[in-house]
Design a protein. Structure first.
Length: 387
């Protein structure tokens, strides 16, 4: 059997279809007036979490219609719920705690966002941030606390090497990145781990205020920090391609910033006094008009819509991007010179080492044939023909 190699080089099959530009925001009725801290989206459901309600219960709200209407859920805890994420079919929320009591049920889980179950965190420290990445949940909180779990139910305490309060965590490009309070060396705390949270390294943030949020997207970590609003400083955003080396960026206005998310096409930053900034690359930022003066603390993206949450029960929803508005026709056409009476087999590879058959083999007829291959949501690929 002889080989005729046909290699298609540099075809990167990745499409980003949605971009928000100037976003229209709508204030929704949350039904509560407690500060709402963070939000998450999963399985068609938005979740918002916040401080204690009138029933002395940490606030949890859910919405199944894109954040337009909300239902209060029973959290089963008497402290504020500070963070929430979704992964592997499970919502995981984390809450505040009184560490002096030794209580350890500081994690809540739910498969549907309606019924919540308390979990033993293995630590009595208050928790504030949680994320899911690389098949792992990571939660962070007081006194340098970092916890990891593969299922959201059983947790392992990790040694962060720091004692500062840790506020948020994100995963991207093979690394977890944690951000937190000023470390006493005039630098906001940043830690990174490349071995699934087993060990952590301290990084230099280059900023002297507490870091409140971090997200990853488009090959970049973006973190946001507190600010002294009276000084007019705008260097409240920092970025890193690897979680190790960080660069200070200018925000379009002087606000303390509380959270950041990535929508798949844009970073969205939330801050005090209704601040919302957006950026497609994490470097250049545009100020949005949110329509509220309340502090916005966090948000989530799902089903083409952003839900932002903040103080006084504030919930904002963005205009929804409809995929019907954009039609993308993208494919690769392979031209193959066939040999009459000879069986041909197209193969693909992502690394030029391991090859797999593409479709069934076919019999050549001595003519050129053309194969149209969809490029939608495909990795970089190489092609060859075996005959």
């Amino acid at each position: 059997m002889k080989k005729q190699i046909l290699i298609t080089v540099g075809l990167t099959f990745s499409l980003l279809a949605a971009a928000f530009g100037q976003t229209t925001w709508t204030l929704q009725n949350s039904g509560v007036n407690q500060p709402l801290n963070k939000a998450a989206f999963g399985n068609g459901v938005f979740i918002a979490v916040g401080e204690n309600n009138a029933q002395d219960s940490g606030t949890i709200l859910s919405s199944t219609n894109g954040g337009v209407t909300w239902q209060q859920r029973t959290s089963g805890v008497s402290y504020g719920v500070r963070g929430v994420t979704y992964g592997s079919g499970l919502f995981v929320a984390v809450r505040d705690a009184n560490s002096s009591t030794g209580e350890r049920q500081t994690i809540l889980t739910s498969a549907d966002g309606v019924t919540w179950t308390l979990r033993d965190a293995g630590s009595s420290q208050a928790l504030k941030g949680v994320t899911y990445g690389n098949q792992l949940f990571v939660a962070v909180g007081g006194s340098g606390t970092i916890l990891t779990s593969t299922n959201g139910m059983n947790w392992t305490v990790r040694n962060s090497g720091v004692s500062q309060y840790l506020n948020d965590v994100a995963y991207g490009s093979g690394a977890f990145v944690v951000v937190g309070q000023n470390n006493g060396l005039n630098s906001g705390t940043i830690l990174s781990s490349t071995n699934n949270g087993a060990t952590w390294q301290t990084r230099v943030s280059g900023v002297s205020y507490d870091l409140q949020g971090v997200a990853y997207g488009n090959g970049l970590f973006v973190a946001v920090r507190d600010a002294n609003d009276t000084t007019g400083e705008t260097t409240t955003i920092i970025t890193s391609p690897d979680g190790v080396t960080w660069t200070v960026r200018n925000a379009p206005a002087a606000n303390s910033l509380n959270g950041v998310i990535y929508t798949g096409t844009e970073f969205v930053v939330f801050g005090d006094k209704g601040a919302v900034f957006t950026s497609s690359d994490g470097l250049t930022w545009t100020s949005q008009s949110s329509g509220t003066g309340q502090n916005i603390n966090g948000g989530a993206f799902g089903n083409g819509r952003i839900v932002a949450v903040g103080n006084a029960g504030t919930i904002l929803t963005s205009g929804q991007f409809s995929t019907n508005d954009v039609k993308i026709y993208t494919a690769v056409e392979l031209e193959i010179n066939t040999e009459s009476g000879v069986v041909h087999q197209i193969q693909t590879s992502t690394d030029l080492v391991s090859w797999s058959n593409y479709e069934s083999p076919f019999l050549g007829n001595g003519q050129k044939i053309f194969k149209l291959i969809s490029a939608r949501s495909q990795p970089k690929q190489y092609f060859r023909v075996i005959k």
